[in-house]
Unconditional design. Structure first.
Ligand code: XMP
Length: 329
């Protein structure tokens, strides 16, 4: 039968048979549910012949690197190399304002770092890693070609694919995609069986280019990224404190390249405006803006202005998708 315990055991067996007793496997962890669950399965199958890398691109949220590394190491015992490449990414993004160019630069830097990681590993092991783990899900594959006889029905909305196409072409790694017949809710279920912490399984989706698409315009100007991290953390924490996190598809703050006049104490200020966005959605293709009670908004807005230097105004995004997108860039 279609039981997740069986799926987990079967997948582990398939991975073991595929990789054999000698070969090594690499995996890029994003901090998201899919790559984490995929890596955890492979780790169960082949142990420390799995080599994961987590790249801090300087575009992560408040304490995110520490938080996800703690889950990888303490909760999942995954062998992960953490590479701090913030300086490298940020210097390449200096002066860049076009969102698609930001994405291209980030993708390219990532490939360079991943390549170097694979190369170092080859030196260390004295042999090439042969396989690459990817957290590809069923909705990612049905668009082009549904696996024959998979028994999946096709009405599921097709999602534009942000995560593929970004890997080195000349690396000649064979893919291991243990989640490619599963939907998101099934991946969460599998994660639960593999002891991935519940809070981790329920994290909101976060785009690969990270905060680079949430600071509008040049992300290196002033301390926009740090300001955004603080604002975002206050907003998310308030959402969690009120028990709203699981009812929301995504919630985040956006840093606007706009200053407005304010008054704090008896001082006139000229500081930044931040926007808050929260949406409900099934799959990210369409979305509705989430309705907060006014007391919640009032408290969050006050907390942000009182605690984050350089921000004197908070606005709320009340647009659905379409006509807007979820992200602002
Ligand atoms: P939009 O803004 O297009 O977003 O309505 C739909 C979903 O996709 C996420 N998103 C991305 N994810 N790389 C990603 O990995 C990207 O470049 C990217 N752009 C948007 C967004 O957070 C939402 O969940």
């Amino acid at each position: 039968g279609w039981k997740m315990e069986n799926i987990s055991d079967e997948e582990i067996k398939v991975i073991r048979d595929t990789v054999g007793d000698e070969e090594h496997v690499i995996c890029a962890l994003s901090g998201g549910v899919d790559s984490t669950v995929a890596a955890t399965l492979v780790h169960k199958a082949i142990g420390d012949r799995l080599h994961c890398v987590f790249v801090d691109n300087g575009l992560l949220r408040y304490k995110e690197r520490e938080r996800v590394m703690e889950t990888f190491e303490r909760d999942l015992h995954l062998p992960v190399t953490c590479i701090d490449a913030s300086e490298q990414f940020l210097s390449k993004l200096k002066g860049v304002v076009d969102p698609e160019i930001k994405r291209k630069i980030i993708g390219k830097e990532f490939i360079g770092i991943f390549d170097a990681f694979a190369h170092d590993l080859e030196q260390k092991l004295g042999k090439k890693p042969l396989y690459l783990v990817q957290g590809t899900l069923y909705p990612d594959v049905i668009e082009s070609c549904p696996p024959p006889g998979s028994g999946r029905n096709h009405s599921h909305t097709i999602k534009s694919h942000h995560n593929v196409g970004g890997l080195p072409k000349d690396m000649k790694l064979k893919l291991i995609e243990p989640l490619k017949l599963l939907f998101k809710d099934e991946v969460r279920h599998l994660g639960r069986i593999l002891n991935v912490p519940e809070a981790f399984l329920k994290r909101h989706p976060f785009p690969g280019p990270g905060l680079a698409v949430r600071v509008l315009g040049d992300i290196t100007e002033g301390n926009a990224l740090d300001v955004l991290r603080e604002v975002d953390e206050i907003f998310i924490q308030a959402i969690k404190d009120d028990g709203l996190y699981d009812s929301i598809w995504q919630a985040f703050a956006v840093f606007l390249p706009v200053k407005s006049v304010g008054v704090q104490g008896d001082q006139r200020t000229h500081s930044h405006v931040v926007a808050l966005r929260a949406v409900t959605s099934q799959d990210g293709m369409t979305a509705d803006w989430y309705y907060f009670e006014s007391k919640f908004l009032c408290d969050v807005s006050r907390k942000i202005c009182n605690n984050v230097r350089g921000v004197n105004r908070v606005v709320m995004d009340i647009t659905s998708k379409p006509p807007s997108t979820i992200e602002w860039e």
